[in-house]
Design a protein around this ligand. Sequence first.
Ligand SMILES: Nc1nc2c(ncn2[C@@H]2O[C@H](COP(=O)(O)OP(=O)(O)OP(=O)(O)O)[C@@H](O)[C@H]2O)c(=O)[nH]1
Length: 246
Amino acid sequence: MHDLNETKQSRALRLGVAGPVGTGKSSVIAAICRHLRDEFQIGVITNDIYTDEDARFLRSAGVLPEERIRAVETGSCPHTAIRDDVTMNLIAVEDMERDFAPLDIVLVESGGDNLTATFSPALVDAQLFVLDVAGGGDVARKGGPGISGADLLVINKIDLGEHVDVDVKQMVADATNARDGGPVLALSRKRPETVEQLCGWVREMQKTYAAGGHIPKDPGPMAPHHHAHDEGHGHSHDHDHAHSHD
Ligand SMILES: Nc1nc2c(ncn2[C@@H]2O[C@H](COP(=O)(O)OP(=O)(O)OP(=O)(O)O)[C@@H](O)[C@H]2O)c(=O)[nH]1
C-alpha cells in the first residue's frame, strides 16, 4: 500500500507569485505574510530588475522580520531569472531555507513582467499569477501560460471594477473559461473575505504539499502564436523571450 509518510516533503513549499507590472504581487505577498505568519514559518525572496524596491516595501510594511525578506536583483528581464536560468533565485531560496530552518513557505515574487513570464518548476512548487481589473476586463481572455496554467489565477483590485468599467463577474467567468475551470480568485485587500479565501488556498496548498500530495506542474513557455495586425500583414513567430504584444 502507498505510504504517504514516504513522500512527505522535508523542505518549505516554494510558492511563486508572477504577473504584469503593478497588478499587486507585493500586496498579495504582504497579505499572505500578515495573515499566515503566526501559523507558518515564512520567508520571502523578491525579484526586481535594478533595485530592491519590492523587498524594501515589504520590510517597511513590517509583514515579517526584516531578515526574512531578501532581494534578488536580476539585472535582466524577470523571466530570465525565474524560468531560463533560475540559479540566482535557487541559491537565494536555499540560503533562506538554511538560515531560518525549518521554514514552511518561501514566497518568490517575480519582477513585474507581462503575460508570458512563468516560473520554472525547478524553482517553485506552485505558482500564482496575478492580474488586476485596472488592466482591463479583456486581459483574462488573452490567455498565455500564466493565465491558463498557474495553480491559482488571482484577479486583484476588484474594488476598482466599477471605476474602470469592468464587470468583475464576467472577468472571472472569462478567466475560468481560459483555464478550463481551474481556480480563479477575485481579490481585494479592502474585502477581508477575499483575503481569507486567498490565505485558505495557500494553507491548503502547503498542507497538500507537505503531505507529498502536490505534483508541481509547468505552465509552459509562451506558445508560438500569430498576430493579424491588419489584413494580409499578420506575422507569426516563436517566442524565446517574454515580450508580449497584446
Ligand atoms: N484599490 C486597490 N489597490 C491595490 C490593491 N492591491 C494593490 N493595490 C495597489 O496597486 C499598486 C501596485 O501594487 P503592488 O503590490 O506594488 O504591485 P506589484 O505587482 O508588486 O508591482 P511591481 O512589483 O512594480 O510589478 C499599489 O499602489 C497598491 O497599493 C487592491 O486590492 N485594491
